[in-house]
Design a protein around this ligand. Sequence first.
Ligand SMILES: Nc1ncnc2c1ncn2[C@@H]1O[C@H](COP(=O)(O)OP(=O)(O)OP(=O)(O)O)[C@@H](O)[C@H]1O
Length: 301
Amino acid sequence: MNATPPFALGTGVTLGYGHQVALAASDFTIPAQGVTAIIGPNGSGKSTLLNALAGILPVMGGTLSVLGGPPGRRGVTSYVMQSPAFPTGTPITVGEAVAMGLYSDLGWFRRPRARDRARVQEAMERLDVTALAGRHLDELSGGQRQRVYVAQGITQRHQMLLLDEPLTGLDLVSMRTIDAIIHAERERGHGVVLTTHDLDEARAADWVLLTGGRVLAAGPPDEVLTREHVEKAYGLGALHPATTDLLDDPACPPHRPDSTPDMAHGNRPRGYGPRQPPQGMRRSPSRGLMLPWCGVFTLVR
Ligand SMILES: Nc1ncnc2c1ncn2[C@@H]1O[C@H](COP(=O)(O)OP(=O)(O)OP(=O)(O)O)[C@@H](O)[C@H]1O
């Protein structure tokens, strides 16, 4: 058997802030390839888990290994955090923000070379923000900023892209643009771990973690997103009848072809590619420097 090591292996992982537990003792695996969706109610520990995977939040208990070592090692993860608010008067342009993704490689004082600048340029083109390069971040809409942050995320060297609610609040075009990046990362054999509130988005992933104060279930979407599990996470009767129909309907396969238009979800592509169990999975620290003025609260190592 091809035993590709997982991206993350958690045993009794407990996470929190101060003495307050946010994610109680949890066991889970996250594959190194494909798209993993973390879904759960507000305050259920999704972002907290991403923080720990990125190595910016130490575990309170249990063990969490990332690619066989401690979380937070340089070049392993690139983390695009949620940015609930943005400070005005931020003196940074789009081009500068994206180029900050190079700092993990270059450090603060080495000047970017031609190939580094090409990397930044390519990321800006892929996220369609080239025309915004000279604009200040605080002049952008929320969706434009989100594209800039993802451009910065893919500029930073990584094996796993961590995205906190990457599609929340985006229009169709921005959604498709970021969806395409997620597809492309997957095709390149990189992994993506994203958090979401969208059940369909979770169903389209290769692997799902369902949170509810701890990791309630982890595995392929059709094993995790069962009525029983979802009601456990969200509470009995919390589901809209249409949603429970979706969970129960065998004629509604988890994966739909990428090109299938979905009017109910703004025509954005569904499914991240052919569904296969991630390699090596069976069914069944250095801390970074946070740059809060960049809005993404970019983690530069
Ligand atoms: N910096 C912090 N300090 C103290 N408590 C925190 C902090 N960040 C999160 N928490 C708490 O940890 C718990 C889990 O929060 P977390 O942000 O991980 O939830 P979430 O599932 O990502 O929620 P949402 O869907 O609303 O983004 C919550 O009770 C929250 O109040």
